[in-house]
Design a protein around this ligand. Structure first.
Ligand code: PLP
Length: 380
């Protein structure tokens, strides 16, 4: 039976607790287990073979419509595993230039000393990705919609390009979440998430995830991850499993709210530009319609004012907190130049079109009328 998203959120991966018939997975706390015991392999939390780990991995795989799922101690643990397991000395990777700041830092500040070469593609055009491929290219990596300008790339075209050139394709699917986009359906090899954002959804959990349809890749990543030790603890697995039960509901509400707010901001004379894939004026609107079931709950916009006024605007919002991170049930706003993208140099930001008056908004589940009233007061 091909279940729909909210049914999967509630039921996939769920195991009835044997001792009591409880409907929720208990938190398995032991780090030491009898051996031999019930013919099982040695059990140890870092080996990712605890029931909490297994339940939540199955759920995340089901949500992404993928065969296999793995969860990690952070989004970066998932991302670095997905990238590094596919590269060795002398290899080359083609990477979209507008990606999460932490991923960018990892690539430019860590990976070089392994003798791995990176080419950044500053475009959403498939031809530009194709042009960057060399004889030693092994990986192609994209993030769509991207952070912070919500650029959209044709996922299916990237997957085809990767297959034709024998490359592993990786996408950071954090911004869309499994509710709005399932990249492995389009032939992408690895979909990665910072679960700290929508999957956790309550701004109180650090975690990451990978899903794939490839048995070969999941086995490779499993071994790599076990050796690197970034396993999610059983307590956090439990928290993530619980959070995922409402992912569909949260995301659907947040996505609806974001569409309303994008339309509202787009009509304000004080706002010079709104970046949201759901707006017909957006660079990637047509592609987004093809590959997303909803346009997500992240948007960004430029306030047509000097920096001082921009700061005043941000801090006069009453409901929407000026805060780092994103994806929680509460709306938050940030200025990428000073926060999420502060580690980039000014030149790197300018090259990527990230202006000083740019705001990134993570839309929560609040009543949209209240959020709009908050903006109305802050801009006037
Ligand atoms: C936050 C984020 C990450 C990093 O995840 P952590 O959980 O902080 O390690 C990666 N990609 C995107 C798009 C993010 O927003």
């Amino acid at each position: 039976m091909n279940k729909k998203i909210n049914t999967k959120c509630v039921h996939s991966g769920k195991k009835i607790e044997k001792a009591t018939g409880g409907l929720t997975t208990p938190i398995y706390t032991s780090t030491s287990h009898l051996f031999p015991y019930n013919n099982s392999e040695p059990r140890y939390p870092r080996y990712m073979n605890m029931p909490n780990y297994e339940s939540v991995s199955e759920k995340i795989a089901a949500l992404e419509n993928s065969k296999y799922g793995m969860v990690f101690a952070s989004g970066m643990a998932a991302i670095t595993s997905a990238i590094m397991v596919n590269l060795k000395q002398g290899d080359h990777a083609v990477i979209q230039s507008q990606i999460y700041g932490g991923t960018y830092n990892f690539l430019v500040r860590e990976i070089e000393r392994y003798g791995i070469e990176i080419s950044f593609v500053q475009s959403t055009k498939i031809e530009n990705f194709a042009d960057a491929i060399k004889s030693n290219t092994k990986v192609i990596y994209i993030e769509t919609p991207s952070n912070p300008l919500l650029e959209v790339i044709d996922i299916e075209a990237i997957a085809k390009l990767a297959k034709a050139n024998n490359l592993v394709s990786i996408i950071d699917n954090t911004f869309a979440s499994p509710v709005n986009q399932n990249p492995t359906d389009f032939g992408i090899d690895l979909s990665v998430h910072s679960g700290t954002k929508y999957l956790g959804g309550h701004s109180d959990l650090l975690c990451g995830a990978i899903t794939t349809n490839s048995e070969e890749l999941i086995n490779k990543i499993y071994k790599y991850a076990m050796n690197h030790g970034g396993t999610l603890s059983t307590d956090s697995c439990y928290k993530l499993e619980r959070s995922l039960m409402t992912l569909g509901l949260r995301m659907q509400r947040q996505t609806e709210n974001a569409m309303e707010i994008a339309k509202y901001l787009d009509n304000l004379p004080q706002i010079s530009r709104v970046y949201y894939p759901g707006l017909a004026s957006h660079q990637g609107h047509e592609i987004a319609k093809k590959q997303m079931s909803g346009f997500g709950a992240m948007l960004s916009f430029e306030l047509d004012k000097d920096i001082e006024t921009c700061h005043k605007f941000m801090h006069s919002l009453k409901i929407c907190a000026a805060a780092t991170s994103l994806g929680g049930i509460e709306s938050t706003i940030s200025m990428p130049c000073e926060m999420s993208h502060a580690k980039m140099t000014k030149e790197e930001r300018e090259k990527n079109g990230i202006k000083e008056n740019l705001f990134r908004l993570s839309v929560g589940i609040e009543d949209v009328g209240d959020l709009i009233e908050d903006f109305e007061k802050a801009v006037s």
